[in-house]
Design a protein around this ligand. Sequence first.
Ligand code: URA
Length: 201
Amino acid sequence: MSALSELCQEIALCQQCEVLAKNRTRVVPGDGSEDADIMFIGEAPGWHEDQQGRPFVGPAGLFLEQLLASINLKRGQVYISNVIKCRPVGNRDPLPSEIHNCRKWLDRQIELIRPKIIVTLGRYSMALFFPGKSISKIHGTAQKRDNIIYYAMYHPAAALHQQSLRRAIEEDMLKIPSLLAQAESMTEVKQSPQQLNMFEL
Ligand code: URA
C-alpha cells in the first residue's frame, strides 16, 4: 500500500475532534492522483461527502469537475482535499480548534504529494496559506514558496449561485495551465507570508 493510502487510513481513524468524530458518517481524507501536479484544497466535507467518504461529490463537486474539464483535466489527474476532513454538523463553519487539529493531516498529504501548485478554494483554505489576505483581492493571484505555487480561488459552492463569482472562478481556473508551465521558472518569494506581494497574472 502507498504511503498516501496509509496516511488516509490513519486519518480515517482520527478521534481528535470529539464532536466531529461522534457525528460523522465517514471521514473524507481526500482523493485523486498521488503524482498530481495540482492539489485543490476546499473547506470541509458537506452532506454528500460525509455519506460517500470522498471530497467534492455534491453540487460543488460537479461544478469543480466542469471547471477542471475547462482545462482538460479530470478529477483523477489532480488531488482534492479539504482543510478539515470531517463534516461539521449542519455544515457550520469549521472551528479554529478543528482547523488546528486537522492541519497536521493536510501538511502530511502535501509532503507526500509534493504538488507543483496548491489551489485554495474559498476563505478557510486561503487563510492557511495567505494569512490576513482577503479573497476578493487575491483570487486569481499566485505566490511561489518552497518550490510550491500557491494560488487562491473562490469556493465553487459560493460561485455556483453568484454570477460575478462564477465568472471569476471560471477565469481563474483558466490561468492554471500557464501557471503550471511557469512553475519551474517562477521566482520564489522570500518574505514571511504576511509581507508577500502577490504575483499578478
Ligand atoms: N465543499 C468543500 O469545501 N469540500 C467538499 O469536499 C465539498 C464541498
